[in-house]
Write a protein that binds this ligand. Structure first.
Ligand code: MIC
Ligand code: SF4
Length: 644
């Protein structure tokens, strides 16, 4: 039996475990990336590991927190630059662009394994890398030379046939997949794109698709590395980094779905979930207040050129606030040089920095009760910064058409010719904003007053008795748990940031945890399906841990969040019988006797002391993960192992 792309790449990186679906394996990591919002904690954790120089090829990006309303962001940036310099890590300065776009352009390489402390790291799967989003602790461990552990995924082959129609693009493909596969129930699956439809998709288009695989909740997504990939590397003046990579013709897959590109039409994800998908035609005519184009999903040179071509010589509708973010300095300087930037400005665009910006709620919060149409990847309630705003996710073509008319518009209905676009033979290369590290041990690391040490947990007590501090429903995202936006500046200040856990779900949560702790109880969270969707932000585990949360009982938990809970020593259990979820309520006292022993099996007994009954819960953790949870998290576990 032949090999698929995962079998091939993982085969060459395997350090431990049997490479078969469902098994935990450890792999050697070639590259890591971090962004500033999770980078400070990742590097503080790395520093505590006592390794002088990173053992991976690593890049630290500043792209999330660039609002700088106060000293905190700038202090973080300085810490990141100095710590990178000291430990042999490249530093991509603010202004160079969004980590995933820049990494794709300048650092990606077919056949390598990349992990990044950002959930959209799979973007680089566009060029045949295994690229996975993880928590900062896992990045720190890899930089220190440790393997990355994860569950060998089931591989779902997406067989692309046919060709996209005019005005339909990569975003419509991934929105259609989100409609079919939804954001739930895809944990432990990885996507591999293949078929005759792949060749016609450029690397930036493939990156849009790989990027938003994250919203499906899959481990990662990958495309083959073919002639199109080679042209991209040549145009980036990195042809030497290119290698061909294809699955064997008789490769095995756990499942295959066929997607006829010819049948795809412009799609839209309605509030408040990326899988609430319908056709643009279905809601055409809806009045719109704001249109924003950008983010790591749709801010490539290709996307901006198509948008500029549509807007050239036209004006954006008077009632629409219209903003554009380029994904990188490369894209911005190219559209500045060829005049497309001027076309955008003349049409009425507000030109925003090459950062995440609006996508993470850093600026551009829309008006009360707004309809905001955006090209990014997440439309969770409140993420835009305006609680009652309704965010719709679309392609750049649909966004530009909507900006022109002021109403949700299928671009095919504009009646204009599709703008002429040709992929460049050469991109503008200037890596001046990537600072190469000196790697000198005597570099003084700058630490502003906002930066505190990563909080420590204590080992799991012999028997655990917790009080339920909150009960939540299905599809609770990490944005619900640990909001970003204007609070991002507290990412390095855990005592402060922890005050805002579940801020918009239950503003009294932190106080309840404190009261429980004062009464001598750790806290527990009760959740429905797909808990922890969305980002890789480990603060969604670290801050609850800081508040004293020790137990999560959920119907199901998403992959990256589950790994983060383990890393911070929070015990994660699943209901054996979903009906037990209904019986639990806030304030209940839950006990697990002799946790160590109880964790030896897959099933354990939880006693609800408040209501006087017991029920079964399942623990899906591997033995390695159980040991980490018992030690009180990954840092404690590593310290015990190394005798530090
Ligand atoms: C996001 O898109 O939610 C973020 C902000 O990029 C996060 C990372 C973070 O919270 O720092 C992600 O996707 O992992
Ligand atoms: Fe940045 Fe948005 Fe991409 Fe997250 S999803 S990395 S916030 S652009």
């Amino acid at each position: 039996m032949g090999k698929n792309l995962y079998d091939k790449i993982i085969g060459g990186h395997l350090v431990s475990g049997e490479p078969a679906a469902g098994n935990e394996i450890g792999i050697r990591i070639d590259q890591t990336l971090t962004q500033d919002a999770l980078g400070t904690m990742a590097y503080l954790q790395f520093e505590s590991m006592g390794v002088p120089l990173a053992k991976t090829d690593s890049v630290s990006y500043v792209d999330h927190n660039t609002l700088q309303d106060g000293f905190e962001n700038a202090d973080d940036h300085r810490y990141l630059q100095t710590v990178a310099d000291k430990h042999g890590i490249k530093f991509s300065k603010a202004g160079n662009g969004i980590c995933h776009q820049v990494h794709l352009e300048r650092f990606s390489r077919p056949g390598l394994c990349l992990i990044g402390s950002d959930s959209h790291t799979p973007t680089c799967g566009a060029v045949g890398m295994i690229a996975m989003g993880v928590g900062g602790m896992d990045v720190a461990t890899a930089m220190a030379g440790g393997p990355y552990h994860f569950i060998y995924p089931k591989v779902l082959r997406v067989n692309l046939i046919g060709r996209l129609g005019e005005w339909c693009s990569a975003k419509d493909i991934i929105l259609e997949l989100l409609r079919i596969l939804t954001t739930k129930g895809n944990v432990g699956i990885a996507l591999e794109y293949s078929g005759p439809g792949v060749a016609a998709l450029s690397v930036p288009e493939r990156s849009t698709i790989a990027n938003m695989g994250t919203e499906l909740g899959v481990t990662t997504s990958i495309f083959p590395s073919d002639g199109t990939t080679r042209l991209f590397f040549r145009a980036q003046e990195r042809e030497g980094d290119w290698t061909a990579l294809a699955a064997d013709p008789d490769a095995a897959y756990d499942r295959t779905i066929d997607l006829d590109l010819g049948s795809i039409v412009p799609m839209v994800a309605r509030p408040h979930s990326p899988d609430n998908v319908t056709t643009v035609g279905e809601i055409a005519g809806m009045a719109v207040n704001q249109v924003l184009i950008g983010s790591c999903t749709n801010s490539s040179y290709r996307d901006l050129m198509v948008v500029a071509g549509m807007l050239k010589g036209r004006k954006v509708h008077a009632d629409v606030s219209f903003g554009i973010t380029t994904g990188s300095k490369q894209v911005l300087s190219m559209i500045a040089r060829n005049g497309a930037l001027n076309d955008l400005i003349a049409a009425g665009a507000r030109i925003l920095e090459s950062t995440c910006g609006f996508c993470v709620g850093c600026g551009q919060a829309p008006q009360t009760n707004a309809v905001s149409v955006r090209t990014n990847n997440r439309n969770f309630e409140g993420r835009s910064g305006t609680r009652d705003a309704r965010v719709y996710l679309v392609s750049p073509e649909t966004a530009a058409a909507t900006a022109l008319t002021g109403k949700m518009t299928d671009p095919r209905d504009l009646g204009m010719p599709f703008p002429e676009y040709r992929a460049p033979d050469r991109y503008a290369i200037d890596d001046a904003l990537v600072i190469l590290p000196g790697g000198a041990p005597d570099v003084e690391v700058f630490r502003g007053p906002n930066i505190g040490p990563p909080p420590a947990n204590s080992p799991m007590p012999e028997s655990l008795t917790c009080k339920v501090a909150i009960k939540v429903g299905d599809k609770i995202t990490t944005d619900h748990i640990m909001p970003a936006g204007s609070l991002l500046k507290y990412r390095s200040n855990i005592p402060k940031y922890a005050q805002f856990v579940f801020k918009d779900v239950d503003s009294g949560f932190a106080e309840k945890c404190r009261a429980n702790a004062e009464a001598g109880f750790p806290s527990a969270i009760i959740a429905g399906q797909s808990y922890g969707q969305g980002s890789s932000r480990e603060h969604a585990a670290m801050c609850p841990m800081y508040l004293g949360v020790r137990l999560l009982l959920a119907k199901s938990v998403e992959r990256i969040h589950a790994a983060n809970l383990v890393n911070f020593g929070i015990l994660m259990l699943a209901f054996e019988d979903a009906a037990d979820y209904d019986r639990l309520k806030e304030g209940d006292e839950l006990a697990v006797e002799h946790v160590d022993e109880a964790l030896r099996g897959e099933r354990l007994v939880v006693r609800n002391r408040s209501s006087g009954y017991s029920f079964n819960a399942l623990c899906g953790l591997t033995d390695r993960q159980k040991a980490i949870v018992l030690a009180g998290g990954a840092l404690n576990f590593a310290a015990v192992k190394t005798g530090r």
